[in-house]
Design a protein around this ligand. Structure first.
Ligand code: ATP
Ligand code: MG
Length: 296
């Protein structure tokens, strides 16, 4: 497996104050060959298949993988490629959209809780509760719909409010971790120029027209506000138990390889094993064999 100067190069250290601009969106760790990367990706996909099988049989841990990114960074494609080999029964992907009226009538984790992966499974969040400190931070008027005590106008929303949200998120993730959920968070870091190229491709290529959204183009005007929000969340919510990885996303082949490496390495570090049978269970199996042999 290719070593990305170990995964630590892409991980935000707990407590480290970072800015998105500290990270290169076109970093490839010296690799230039797409084909080599594809071979590596395939071997990671095979490894992931086996690890997932064991995770499922072991049935003690669940794995939560979060993807956040600007539009056209490649969330969907990365999920599709990296998870392409795994048994669909052991994975679940959920995409979080604008909250419904019912969802807004509860706290923001309510809808999240119902979508968390079961024990033994890998759950993928395509967007997540982190939207609550991203899109909602860039458009604080969205908060007013949440009917929170003390928030009656956008002027009530100060830095302290967002710090409290970061703390709530850290506590939530600690709770999940302590109960057997392994959490990995990926920010797919695409540059503004590369996003423009990809939007133009969506306009020019008829097969990609369906992916184009005018709303994505208008959201682009808030690029700097998003980058500030990302910098803050990376600085405040990367912990030992739920680390953030900033994945260079300008080269899709590298992004997919990097994500698959980190997932495989994390799962390999878990004490997973196929369940051992007790002497009693073994006796039962033996009895079942005898009974099957004796039957017609
Ligand atoms: P695609 O890449 O296929 O377009 P998408 O994830 O962009 O997928 P959309 O339906 O286009 O899906 O967008 C979902 C929208 O929902 C995003 O604009 C996102 O910011 C918004 N959203 C998600 N969670 C929240 C939230 N908690 N509050 C407000 N908006 C949210
Ligand atoms: Mg969209």
């Amino acid at each position: 497996m290719i070593q990305l100067n170990n995964d630590d190069a892409l991980r935000v250290k707990p407590g480290e104050k970072v800015k998105v601009s500290d990270f290169h969106s076109d970093y490839t760790n010296g690799m230039s060959d797409k084909d080599d990367a594809a071979v590596e990706l395939n071997s990671n996909i095979e490894a992931l298949q086996q690890l997932q099988d064991k995770l499922y049989a072991h049935n003690r841990y669940s794995v939560l993988i979060i993807f956040q990114a600007m539009d056209a960074a490649g969330k969907d494609g990365t999920i599709k490629h990296v998870m392409s080999g795994v048994n669909p029964q052991g994975t679940q992907v959920y995409s979080f959209k604008t909250p419904s009226a019912e969802e807004l009538d509860h706290d923001y984790m309510w809808r999240i809780y119902q979508r968390l992966p079961e024990r033994g499974r890998i759950g993928i969040f395509n967007r997540s509760y982190y939207e609550e400190v991203l899109v909602v931070r860039v458009h604080p008027e969205y908060l007013l719909k949440q009917q929170l005590p003390g928030i009656t106008s956008v002027d009530d929303v100060d830095d302290h409010f967002w710090e409290k949200r970061f703390n709530q998120i850290n506590h939530f993730e600690k709770h999940l971790h302590d109960n057997g959920t392994i959490i990995l968070k990926f920010f797919l870091n695409v540059s503004k120029e590369e996003q423009k190229k990809r939007f133009l491709k969506r306009i020019d290529d008829p097969a990609r027209n369906w992916k184009f959204s005018m709303a994505d183009v208008s959201e682009r005007q808030h690029w700097n506000a998003y980058m500030k929000a990302y910098s803050q969340l990376l600085s405040n919510t990367s912990t030992d138990y739920a680390p953030w990885y900033v994945i260079p996303a300008d080269k899709k082949w590298f992004m997919r390889l990097a994500v698959s490496n980190i997932i495989v390495n994390r799962l390999q570090a878990l004490p997973l094993k196929y369940p051992d049978l007790s002497a009693q269970e073994r006796d039962k199996l033996e009895a079942a064999r005898l009974s099957l042999m004796a039957s017609r």
